[in-house]
Write a new protein. Structure first.
Ligand SMILES: Nc1ncnc2c1ncn2[C@@H]1O[C@H](COP(=O)(O)OP(=O)(O)OP(=O)(O)O)[C@@H](O)[C@H]1O
Length: 261
């Protein structure tokens, strides 16, 4: 059984006895995992390579449905419904629960159109409203000053760190409730990494955040809660400072002190 602290605050998501099996796998890759995700907080998922962090993260907006044969079990509750339900509208779900990938994925179009993309999908056609929301999102993603004079330029001309902030602007433009970050800085230099970390922390006011990271220092710097995973299971979920200073589980302690990795 995992050691899970009581999350005193409201929950953004609740994972209950969740299982996930990749197509062709002989046993579940995520096993009976139960975990609350606090609202308006940052939850980091840490653990050795292959323990299932990304698999769990991608389950929160059903990214695995893009490939056939994967199967889910148990429940992930979001706004009083189980998002694993077959009737779930996946387009709406991915607007409410957005994702930022490891490698910045600017679309091959202008900076403006990248951010307007989801807004147009939502049916917003009014030019002034589009302009206002694109500007606001770029400001909130701390990239407005750098791009305001070249909104019509191809987004692929931006640096890696700028493209990642553009991806964050695109994700927040549609006002999601949850944002999933999958190793968002692993392809970036230290200065861009610091910028993205600062941005992630500033977004906590408006969205609930889950971040997968290989970097324990990063988890310690940005998150409120940390979940340590091992072999497809959650071992411990705690307040970040407590988990790193006084872990309750021996496995957590061994991992954070570098006894295995
Ligand atoms: N597309 C896939 N098809 C089949 N098995 C997969 C697939 N992706 C991951 N797995 C397996 O699922 C398990 C969990 O992998 P996952 O990528 O979620 O781990 P992780 O903790 O995110 O690892 P890393 O830190 O290396 O990114 C591993 O055993 C992995 O081999």
């Amino acid at each position: 059984m995992a050691t899970i602290i009581d999350i005193a605050t409201e929950k953004a998501l609740e994972v209950k006895n969740f299982e996930f099996t990749y197509a062709g796998a002989h046993e579940p890759n995520i096993k009976k995992l139960t975990m609350p995700i606090a609202k308006h907080s940052i939850t980091a998922l840490i653990g050795p390579s292959g323990c299932g962090k990304t698999t769990l993260l991608r389950s929160f907006n059903r990214m695995h449905d893009l490939y056939p044969g994967n199967s889910y079990g148990g429940e992930i509750l979001f706004k009083d419904r189980n998002i694993l339900d077959a009737k779930e509208d996946l387009i709406k779900l991915r607007i409410q629960i957005g994702m930022i990938f490891q490698k910045p994925t600017a679309f091959p179009m202008s900076i403006f159109d990248n951010v307007a993309y989801g807004l147009r999908l939502q049916g917003i056609k009014n030019k002034t409203e589009l302009q206002d929301r694109v500007e606001k999102s770029l400001q909130d993603a701390a990239i407005w000053q750098e791009v305001k004079d070249r909104l019509k330029h191809d987004a692929n001309g931006l640096s890696g760190g700028q493209q990642q902030r553009l991806c964050i602007a695109r994700a927040i433009a549609v006002e999601p409730e949850v944002l999933l970050f999958d190793e968002p800085t692993s392809a970036l230099d230290p200065i861009s990494t610091a910028g993205i970390e600062e941005l992630v922390v500033s977004l906590r006011e408006r969205v609930s955040i889950i971040i997968v990271t290989h970097n324990m220092q990063q988890a310690a710097r940005v998150s409120d809660y940390t979940g340590f995973m091992y072999l497809g299971e959650l071992v411990e979920l705690g307040r970040t400072e407590e988990l790193f200073v006084t872990p309750k589980e021996r496995l957590t302690e061994e991992y954070i002190t570098g006894k295995f990795g």
